[in-house]
Design a protein around this ligand. Sequence first.
Ligand SMILES: Cc1ncc(COP(=O)(O)O)c(C=O)c1O
Length: 397
Amino acid sequence: MNRFMARGRENLPMNVWKVPLVDVVLGPEEIEAVTQVLQSGWLSMGPKTQEFEAHFAQFLGVKHALAVANCTAALHLACEVIGLSPGDEVLCPALTFVASANAILYTGAKPVFVDVTGSHDLNLSPEDAAAKVTARTKAIMVVHYGGYPVDLDAIAALARSRGLAIIEDCAHAPGAVYHSAQGPRSVGTLSDVGCFSFFSNKNMTTGEGGMVVTNSDELAGKIKTSRSHGMTTLTWDRHRGHSFSYDVVAKGYNYRLDEMRAALGLVQLQRLEPGNARRRELTQAYRAKLKDLAHLEVPFRDAPDGSAHHLFPILLQDPAGRADFMAALAQQGIQTSIHYPPVHLFSYYQSLWEGGHNHRLPRTEEIASRLVTLPLYPSLTMAQLDSVVAAIDAYFR
Ligand SMILES: Cc1ncc(COP(=O)(O)O)c(C=O)c1O
């Protein structure tokens, strides 16, 4: 039991694994915070959400933070407010969760997939991005894979030279810091819009939830309106007598967060930095203990500090042995996963354009066939981590 472990969950379904892939850190503080909201009688977007937004904005050092239902909604709003429409192209990685590309599709724009940098850096390659810019390209969506910041200076230079907007998918990266030419800055704050996820496997969670951040007053205003049906006021404003009616001034959605989740988010935000520090410690331990294994590579081993350490991916030498490797670890009660099957190879994405998707992504395809994600979360004990390393060692002996 370490200080990140929650008590009283010993018999819950998560424990079918001796070492699950992920775990959530929740304590009495979350229960108290949600209970207080329930007792207050006001459940839909209101003062707790405003408090959560203010704290999140302050934590990142950004002008506006707007809470939304999930990161997919955040990405969709980001795509809309930068003005994407049918016929536009958006550069984005294929080695990501499908939500990143889906959000581009919602606007009618086309994701143009960019290859990864290499087996040492699984983020999108600025060089390949530059090579794929056309007259239709309107934006670049970057994803900080596993919490490791993308080379934002290179992406910003490309965006400036070709007049492109930048959206950051920060689902893996709350608290990650990018060492830019202007000094260290939180990821999500250096581009037009940053989008965060609070899904339950993320570094901080509200169950489902997300946040859109921006330094632009204009984009913030549009996001605020669109997340609530395009209306000029919230139920909360009308409840307080600040307004008696509303106008609808844009195409809108119901992408609001609620007060229970905002209360959870406020507590989880306090756990984020110590949780990320523990993730870093565990990542360093994995790297040290796996370094002599000839059968695998560890991406991001030499990445600059600043990652949020959301994932610990490894690359096997032989893709053909992956299923067997994962089954051997599962036999020992160790859960693993694959982040990600590349988006451009999914049947739906293949069916979207005549003749299949026209992009070949040789590095992404080769690397994705060898990827395995090992368990990583703040409550992982060193003994559990050692058991993962021992199982890998035994498999290759
Ligand atoms: C890279 C990435 N983008 C977007 C999302 C979507 O987040 P949400 O589940 O909050 O909509 C996820 C969630 O897994 C993700 O990993």
